[in-house]
Each structure stands twice: as C-alpha cells, then as structure tokens.
Unconditional design. Structure first.
Length: 362
C-alpha cells in the first residue's frame, strides 16, 4: 500500500536562481497529483528532488513518516517515467521491462511472470521480442510505463511523459495511465505544462509559477474558481476586462457593467475575467427578458472558428477582442456569417474579480 508523501518548505537554489521557493504539500496514498505550470516554474525540479536525483537546498521530503532527503534514488523505491522514454535500444521489450527486476535479483521464473503481467496490463502482449526501434512512440512510452510499474513502486512519477507524442496518441495514453493508476491504486505524481492533461487526469492539480505553488485544488476548482488572473489565463481561456468601480458597477469604456461580488474586492481598479462558454448569445442561448440590460452588447462577429462540438466567435468590445463559445448545435440554428451583428450577454455572476492583472489575452 502506498504511503503518505509530504513536502515541507522545500527549496532549491542554483546560484542566484531560486528554482523552488518554499513548497509545502501533503500527497495522500493512492492520490493522482499533477504539477502544472509554464516552463521554468520549478515543477520538474520538485519531481527530481522527490526521486532523489536533485538535492534540496533546504526543507524536507518525508515519506512514510521518515525524512528521505539523503536516501539515494535506488533506495527510495519510486518509479519514474521520463519524456524521452529512456529505453535501452539494444534490449527487447521483454528485457527492458525485466531490467529493474533483475537489478533487484528477483528469481527468473518470477521475472517472467511479472513481465507477462505487465505486457497484458499495457496491451502489448506478443510484442516482447521487439526492440524499441521497431515500436511507435506510443508503444515505447507504454513499455517505459511497464518497466517502472514492474518493480511495484510505492509512488510513480511521470515527467512530461506524453509531450513528444502526437495529439491522438496522447489522448489514448492518458486513458491508459488513468486506468493503470485506478487498477494498481498507487500514488502518482505527474508533471506537465499541458492544462488539458492535468485537468483530465488528476485528483488534485498543483498550479506553479516562479517556483511557488499558486493554487491547489480539484480540476473543477482550478478551472471554475481560479484564485488569480494568472490561473484564469493559464488554465483554459478567459476574456479580461480592466475597469473602475463606480456606484456598485464596473466602468469599462462607455459601459457600466453589473458584476456580482464586487463588494468583496478592495480598491477602485478591478480586473474581470469571464470564460467564453459563460457568455450568452441573446435570442439564442438566453432570452432578453433574462438579461440585466447593462451587460448586453450589440457587436459584430469578426471571426468564427469551428472547434468541433463548440463554435468560437470573436468580437470587439470597447477596443478589446473578446470570445464567446456556443454549441455547434446552437450555431447551426443561427446561420451566422462573419460580419453580422450579434447580441452578447455577460451574466453578473460569470465574472471573476481580481485586483491584479497577470496578462491580457491578445
């Protein structure tokens, strides 16, 4: 059974660069945790410190109640899967999967049984005699997964494991990874810069920026309740509006928007974020009677982008480019063409209100 892993004020400094700055996190047994953030935010450094490939500048890594800062990687009994697969090119699939078991001096008959079990688990039964060069990228990554799982690690760590693969294979392997984690019940720590991967896989997502944790929560919480404008922009897509509080509303250009929870924010300058899917098309997804009139705008559909189940419409509001997403079904009923006018509605409770603005979408 997996045991609890705790990061206590973990810090890593390279010269004058603070790569990880006081990160604390409790990871429960059997939990699937994704570290998500832009390049250089410190997420891979944290993973390398957990595995023992990187030393800590300060803080502690505690596993099963014991500080393991000085325990060498081979003694931590953690499995790791790299972005580059790191398979031995001169070994067959069978030999690659068996490698860690041989290093642990497991009896040969048990190694054979374990390899067969792993091949069945990853759906590559019959491929044991092939070499890595004879496999596709997706198959190689599955072999890398099987090799790490064969030793029955208490924790499995994955560092951008799917980033080198094409989109369809990535989606398929996401399903494989999630299924394996459920079946085996192990703790899984996953590092990625891909928000879709993190939201679709994790029990909890850890958002990082500049070496620090900015928010921890379920995928739903991270997407629906972003604590900062950086998270609202980094995870998913948001329209941003900068305005001034005036008489209980937000003045934006010539508009005065009705915004819920405005009293919770101090100061006169506010920044609003609203997801494209939370905007409404008057007369299509909402009736005019249901709208607060101050938040209805007549605009021109500048760009129409078909995204499959969703159609994205770009429009300009007070000099800012904004987006609204509607279902392909609703769009089909409209017969809307580029350059035609539409009425867009931003519900008062659709806004997230911030006192700072990380970056405006262009």
């Amino acid at each position: 059974m997996s045991k609890r892993l705790i990061l206590e004020k973990v810090r890593k400094i390279y010269g004058s660069l603070v790569a990880v700055d006081g990160v604390s996190l409790d990871i429960e047994p059997g939990e699937f945790v994704c570290f998500l953030g832009p390049s250089g935010c410190g997420k891979t450094t944290i993973l390398r410190m957990i595995t023992g490939f990187e030393t800590l500048t300060s803080g502690n890594i505690v596993y099963d109640g014991k500080v393991i800062n000085d325990v060498i990687p081979q003694k931590r009994e953690f499995g790791i899967v790299f972005q580059s697969y790191a398979l031995f090119p001169n070994m067959t699939v069978n030999e690659n999967i068996a490698f860690g078991l041989k290093m642990r001096k497991m009896p040969q008959d048990l190694i054979g049984e374990r390899v067969i079990e792993m091949l069945k688990l990853i759906g590559l039964t019959g491929w044991e005699g092939h070499y890595p060069s004879q496999l596709s990228g997706g198959q190689q990554q599955r072999v890398a997964l099987a090799r790490s799982l064969a030793i029955k690690p208490s924790i499995l760590l994955l560092d951008e494991p799917l980033s080198a693969l094409d989109a369809k294979i990535r989606v398929r392997l996401r399903t494989v990874i999630k299924k394996l984690q459920h079946e085996l019940g192990i703790t899984l720590i996953y590092v990625t810069h891909d928000q879709e991967e993190a939201l679709s896989l994790a029990d909890r997502v850890v958002i990082m920026r500049d070496g620090q944790i900015r928010q921890v929560g379920s995928p739903w919480e991270i997407y629906k309740e972003p604590k900062t404008s950086f998270i609202a922009e980094f995870v998913g897509t948001s329209n941003f509006i900068s305005g001034i509080k005036k008489d209980g509303k937000v003045k934006f250009g010539q508009l005065e928007l009705t915004v819920s929870n405005l009293d919770d924010v101090e100061g006169d300058n506010v920044h609003l974020a609203v997801r494209p899917e939370n905007a409404e098309l008057v007369g299509v997804t909402i009736s005019s009677e249901q709208c607060v009139s101050s938040n209805v705008f007549e605009v021109v559909a500048e760009v129409i982008t078909f995204l499959g189940a969703v159609v994205r419409i770009a429009f300009v509001l007070e000099g800012e480019t904004m987006l609204i997403d509607i279902s392909e079904k609703d769009f089909g009923k409209m017969g809307l063409k580029r350059g035609e006018k539409i009425k867009v509605y931003f519900p008062p409770d659709a806004f997230h209100v911030y006192t700072e603005l990380f970056k405006k979408l262009v």
